[in-house]
Write a protein that binds this ligand. Structure first.
Ligand SMILES: Cc1ncc(COP(=O)(O)O)c(C=O)c1O
Length: 394
């Protein structure tokens, strides 16, 4: 069987060795705690599950949905954006429901990238930006996100030859994996840069509601000029612990929304309507769950930052997102460091190289593991730190 070139171009699985090690340890009876995955452990709030069950019982929802979603779901999305960010969108032209934001992120490249075109993507970053680009026949230019620049890209460092060939520019704040945040001033510079080079900006914002210490992330689309050049992806996955539901949205520039709708209507048949009804319940129902969940993550964040600092890692407590991004000790690669932690403590943290070459030298710790397990992981790491030469126990 001869597969297409794009299959062989898919990146190799970087953590094959570590994954084997985890499997071996588990088979030997060790209690391995993985802090790798960004999938909320807290259940979906009960009133949303009730909304799903109610809608699932109604036969009207058993048939094919429309690709562009229920009009009442598009309206609920527009109303949510207006309440949260003070932005008004036409629910029929500027809002599109998605089967999870990953689906829209993957498909948007088909709307703008022709073979040979360039997409500018953050490094480290969520892998789907560059994979979608590759599937569409394009090339990715990776713009480094470095600590000295607060993990914001240096737009002025993008070569003119790249900017002039590029069609898409990806940004993502609050950021996965660095936990960095961005304000309106940065977003305005992005919009200005996009206008200058005739780029479409895709802002990926699934973590906008996961924030700490009273911080409230802004929307890219609030920035002056942003709506002329871009769209924003947002998701119910992390806001309402609905990763398994697969429901999200794109909002913004009507040309981009229409193009994405046309691609999707040829590839998928929309979201199960009962899931759309559950999403309406989430967006329109009580929002207290968001602050409650953030308080849980914030407590975990503080514990993780405390223990990693004790281990000698440089860590900035993130203001938002579900991730702590920690600098590993000099001289060790991120895979080496993660392997040492795994070997010594049976705790797995993700090597930063998995998110791109600029992620080298860091590890990512996800805050989506239950309290008792995260406490146990941190207890083991703290004990390891104490037992090492120079540790408190020496
Ligand atoms: C930066 C980023 N974008 C998009 C997604 C996809 O989220 P979903 O497809 O669940 O909406 C994730 C999931 O982890 C993510 O981290």
């Amino acid at each position: 069987m001869r597969t297409a070139n794009r299959i062989s171009k898919l990146p190799p699985y970087l953590f094959a060795e570590v994954t084997k090690k985890i499997a071996r340890k588990r088979a030997e009876g060790h209690d391995v705690i993985s802090l790798a995955i960004g999938d909320p452990d807290i259940p979906t709030p009960a009133h949303i599950v009730e909304g799903l069950c109610r809608a699932a019982r109604d036969p009207v929802n058993h048939r094919y949905p429309e690709s562009d979603g229920l009009p009442e779901f598009r309206r609920a999305i527009a109303e949510w954006y207006e309440t949260r960010f003070g932005l008004t969108f036409d629910p029929d032209k500027e809002v599109l429901p998605l089967i999870g934001s990953k689906e829209g992120i993957g498909h948007i490249a088909l709307c703008f990238i022709d073979p040979g075109d360039v997409a500018i993507v953050p490094d480290p970053g969520y892998p789907v930006y560059s994979i979608g680009t590759m599937f569409a026949g394009g090339e990715s230019y990776f713009m480094p996100l470095v600590e000295e620049n607060d993990f914001l890209p240096d737009l002025a460092a993008i070569p003119i030859g790249v900017a002039s060939r590029a069609k898409l520019l990806w940004i993502n704040y609050p950021n996965n994996p660095t936990g960095a945040v961005a304000g309106l001033e940065f977003f305005e510079r992005v919009a200005h840069f996009a206008k200058k080079w005739d780029l479409v900006v895709c802002h990926d914002g699934p973590y906008s509601e996961v924030a700490y210490d009273g911080y409230r992330p802004v929307s890219f689309l609030q920035a002056a000029g942003a709506r002329d050049v871009g769209i924003e992806f947002h998701s119910l996955s992390k806001t309402y612990n609905m990763t398994g539901f697969r429901v999200a949205m794109a909002v913004g520039n009507p040309v981009a929304i229409d193009a994405l709708m046309r691609v999707k209507s040829n590839l998928d048949s929309g979201i199960f309507q009962a899931v759309q009804q559950a999403a309406i319940t989430a967006l329109q129902g009580p929002q207290d769950c968001i602050a409650e969940h953030n308080a849980i993550y914030q407590r975990r964040r503080d514990r993780v930052v405390e223990v990693l600092t004790k281990l000698g890692l440089r860590v900035r407590p993130p203001k938002a997102s579900l991730y702590v991004w920690a600098k590993v000790p000099a001289g060790l690669s991120s895979i080496d460091f993660a392997s040492q932690v795994l070997e010594a403590t049976n705790v797995f943290v993700t090597p930063g190289i998995g998110y791109g070459s600029s992620g080298e030298g860091y590890v990512r710790i996800s805050l989506t593991t239950p309290d008792d397990r995260i406490d146990e992981a941190m207890r083991r790491i703290a004990a390891w730190a104490d037992s090492r030469p120079g540790g408190r126990g020496q």
